[in-house]
Design a protein. Sequence first.
Length: 206
Amino acid sequence: MPLTVKDSSDFIGVPAGTHLARCYRIVDKGTQKGFQDKYQPTVMLQFEIHGEDENGKPLVTTDGRPLSISKSYNCTLAEKSNLRKDLQMWRGKEFTSAELRGFELKNVLGHWAMLTITRKEANGKTYSRIDAISSVPRSVKEMGLPQGVNALQVFDIENPDMEIFDTFSEKLKADIMAAPEWPGNEKTTQKAPVFDTSGLDEEAPF
């Protein structure tokens, strides 16, 4: 047996910096335990990254697909919520009173953004995380945006598409299956949102 060992994982983290990205997936995670052990309906946005690293190499996986990164939020547009802050920075304007009474989160699917990524070490590993989301500068748009790669997907915990579910990490699967909204689990008075994908328009402004 060889005594030389190496990291056998093919996972490639997104490098720190600001990257062009496209939102391709929304995941309804159901009610999850969060800050101060409070349980809240939670949603995850997932992005594919387009660009190159500092050495000019494409930011892709070993099979040539764009790297991806996600961020989870309490599903609320309360004034101090992270979701509201990120969406407003992304769209470049504040929500109107009418939008705050019911914003269709599906409208962000297929839209491009600039993600500010930082790297953090924890438990001997280095993780990438989304620190900020902002709109794409006009100069970048005028140069032409790349072609999106991943299919646009919405995962609804109460009506789960198991083909999508099977692509999730084991941790994400476990978190979703532990939520009370998962079919067969005990229900809760707090209900995570159900996302309607009918009439989805990839170019619809949000």
